[in-house]
Design a protein around this ligand. Structure first.
Ligand SMILES: [Zn+2]
Length: 299
């Protein structure tokens, strides 16, 4: 990995205003020492902000885990993290529609008290529902009213007990069509169904995709090959879509080291401004984040 980092391209590193759209920081991540990219990583607001700064990332989207004991607890934790971050971290909440109508109604009421919410995350695959489940309609209507992006977990689940049949990109098609004005983020490009993911982005102008979570733990024997493959896969997806403006850099930290996740995008054979858009500009537009200060001399 050291080699890969040293080889990071010079053009890409000129962007000190990147945005990571897929971060997790939670006391309910019990397996952090085993599943984090390094056993001794500093799993705290300070640790995360430090790693972001070292990698030129000024803003991050912190996504609540489905393991939080309740929506209330998860939301309170996410907002506390955001408050501690000096405006750099933005909270995303979640709800499980299989827990029933009352749970969804209570979640909407709680979100009403959180003006700082950056988006809503859904976990099909980890939880047994499809994104087009009608029980989610109130969530989609709420997100639409507040103009919040809905981030949808897609593809492989970290846990063997997940059911990936719920998390195939094709399952997003119907609801993306029903809620044309709502913006969706197809997480992980739907890995390993990346072609399906790219098709969803190509077909539906309200669907974005993030590049997070494409890598396994760095201890797997073929890790370096995986990094190379991730680059090929992301490149192929972007070319399938035909444009870079709805592709978003994300890491899935602490599963992936930020430097390695960035490298996947930073070494793509694309014009430098397009790589920078994927590393930050697209997310800034999607989440309404403040524009970075203009660099002197920049056109
Ligand atoms: Zn994630």
């Amino acid at each position: 990995m050291a080699d890969a980092r040293e080889n990071r391209s010079v053009t890409g590193s000129s962007g000190p205003h990147r945005v990571d759209v897929h971060l997790h920081l939670s006391q309910w991540w019990h397996e952090i020492r085993r599943t984090g990219y390094r056993a001794d990583l500093e799993y705290s607001v300070r640790g995360l902000l430090g790693e972001m700064t070292r990698n030129g990332i000024d803003h991050g989207i912190v996504i609540q885990l489905h393991e939080a004991p309740s929506v209330r607890d998860g939301l309170a934790e996410a907002r506390a993290i955001a408050a501690e971050s000096d405006g750099r971290l933005h909270p995303v909440t979640t709800v499980d529609p299989t827990r029933g109508e009352e749970e969804v109604r209570a979640a909407l009421a709680l979100w009403e008290t959180a003006p700082d919410l950056a988006g809503i995350k859904l976990y099909p695959g980890y939880q047994a529902f499809y994104p087009h489940d009608r029980r989610l309609d109130p969530v989609y209507e709420y997100a639409h009213r507040r103009n919040l992006p809905v981030l949808v977990h897609q593809g492989d689940t970290l846990e063997g007990r997940g059911l990936v049949k719920y998390a195939r990109p094709l399952e997003l098609d119907e609801v993306a069509g029903r809620f044309r004005d709502l913006r969706f983020v197809l997480c992980h490009l739907g890995n390993p169904w990346v072609n399906e993911g790219a098709e969803m982005v190509y077909k539906n102008e309200n669907v974005y995709a993030d590049t997070s979570g494409l890598l396994a733990h760095p201890s797997v024997p073929y890790f370096e090959r995986m990094v190379r493959q991730a680059r090929d896969v992301v490149y192929s997806a972007i070319v399938t879509v035909g444009r870079p403006d709805r592709i978003l850099y994300g890491s899935d930290w602490p599963l992936e080291e930020l430097a390695v996740a960035i490298e996947v995008v930073d070494q793509l054979d694309l014009p430098a401004p397009d790589r920078e858009a994927i590393l930050g500009g697209n997310a800034r537009r999607l989440f309404g984040l403040p524009e970075p200060p203009r660099r002197p001399g920049a056109s």
